[in-house]
Design a protein around this ligand. Structure first.
Ligand code: COS
Length: 382
């Protein structure tokens, strides 16, 4: 794996950092407080070419790889995790459509998402189906030229704004083989919005309950074959976990910057507190954790870009990076002491944002299931 930054990667980093600093930084604290999501930000990111990084140019994307994509996500997360999550979640339908969609589905749905003219969402979980994704209960019954969907989906990021939602529902019997994936358009009668979750953090990113009441979907909006929905969802989550790693790195990096800046300026006992090992060793450990998380995430991205099986490496990156972000943000608050606990600094926000990354796109316990299953398979193969 070559770690040298390409010219395109340097440009992506500068472009995203400039946008995040100039356009997101001034409004994110207020928007987090007010739980305000701004779809126009996605449009602006789209105009800069940052919302469809990995899909082919033929469908309005940039045709780049995940090694490039994670740079954009990290830079957004360093300022506003809610928008890193928004771009990453909008990327999931693009990814799924690009791999599993028919030509007609790709042509219709990918370009608006890739250009940031539309927002995307991914809807898998339900009240009784979280880690055990194959147990979902929402149903889709075929009736002539359409499917009728009923049930309630939970935890759908930006489900209220999404123009295109990839939604998993049951067309067959119990278990993974009975699940199918559908493309659901905003405004379809029967797609109702339930409660918006009151969360610990990432308030600018809305998390929605979707209530499906006899929601009619044309058969042309079935993705792949009936029964392929679980595999489609797992394929999306493998890639999504790489972007969670990048989001964690962005948050942790910003927390470390604030902690180092404070520790070099703040004097106690007549010297800057960075000169106390109790503080400097904490900072050193934070820097190591961030670099290790970035390397794991880059490796998963590189393997994906090189058509290698990256499922386990994505799980490792997501697990390690989100745990690192939780530890780094917690320690950064500690280094600032009382000030770190106030809203005068964004550290308490970063801590709340880091927490969700240990949960979403598969809890860190599920990542360990994915990793340990592979260990077992490898052992049996010996
Ligand atoms: N990519 C493609 N296919 C996959 C896959 C992957 N990463 N993981 C599993 N599959 C396939 C399997 O190959 C199997 O198909 P076959 O029977 O044809 O071989 C099928 O899916 C069922 O797999 P498995 O038996 O491993 O399913 P489990 O019910 O045991 O679930 C876990 C596996 C726990 C890994 C899965 O349920 C999971 O990831 N849960 C977390 C869900 C999650 O991340 N939710 C957050 C969503 S954000 S809204």
């Amino acid at each position: 794996m070559d770690l040298t930054e390409t010219t395109i990667q340097k440009e992506l980093k500068e472009l995203t950092r400039k946008f995040a600093t100039e356009k997101l930084q001034p409004l994110i604290a207020d928007d987090e407080r007010d739980e305000r999501f701004r779809p126009e930000i996605i449009k602006k990111l789209g105009a800069l070419g940052l919302t469809g990084i990995t899909v082919p140019e033929a469908y309005g994307g940039a045709g780049l790889g995940y090694k490039d994509y994670i740079i954009v996500i990290e830079e957004l997360a360093a300022v506003a995790a809610s928008y890193a999550i928004s771009v990453a979640v909008s990327g999931l339908p693009q990814l799924i459509l690009n791999i599993f969609g028919s030509e007609a589905q790709k042509t219709k749905y990918i370009p608006p998402l890739a250009k940031g003219e539309a927002v995307g969402a991914f809807s898998l979980s339900e009240a009784f189906s979280g880690s055990d994704a194959a147990s979902l209960r929402a149903t889709a019954k075929r009736d002539g030229d359409h499917y009728t969907l009923n049930g309630t989906k939970l935890w759908t990021t930006q489900g209220d704004f999404a123009n295109t939602i990839i939604l998993m529902a049951r067309t067959g019997g119990p278990g993974p083989k009975g699940i199918s994936a559908f493309i659901v358009e905003k405004g379809t009668p029967g797609l109702n919005y339930g409660k918006r979750e009151k969360k610990m953090g990432c308030h600018a990113s809305h998390t929605m309950e979707l209530v499906l009441n006899d929601l009619k979907i044309p058969v042309g909006n079935l993705l792949g074959k009936e029964g392929a929905g679980f595999q489609i969802a797992m394929t999306a989550l493998d890639s999504g976990r790489i972007t969670i790693g990048a989001t964690a790195i962005g948050i942790a990096r910003s927390a470390l910057d604030i902690a180092v800046s404070h520790a070099t300026q703040r004097e106690q006992f007549r010297k800057p507190i960075i000169q106390f090992q109790g503080v400097s060793f904490m900072l050193a450990d934070m820097a190591v954790a961030i670099d290790a998380a970035r390397l794991l995430t880059q490796r998963a991205a590189w393997m994906r870009d090189n058509d290698e099986d990256f499922s386990v490496q994505a799980a490792m990156a997501k697990l390690f990076a989100s745990d690192a972000a939780m530890k780094v943000t917690t320690d950064a608050v500690q280094i600032l002491g009382g000030a770190g606990y106030t809203q005068d600094f964004p550290l308490e926000r970063y801590m709340r944002e880091a927490k969700v990354l240990q949960i979403v796109e598969g809890t860190n316990q599920i990542q360990r299931v994915v990793i340990s299953r592979e260990l077992e398979i490898n052992m049996k193969g010996k």
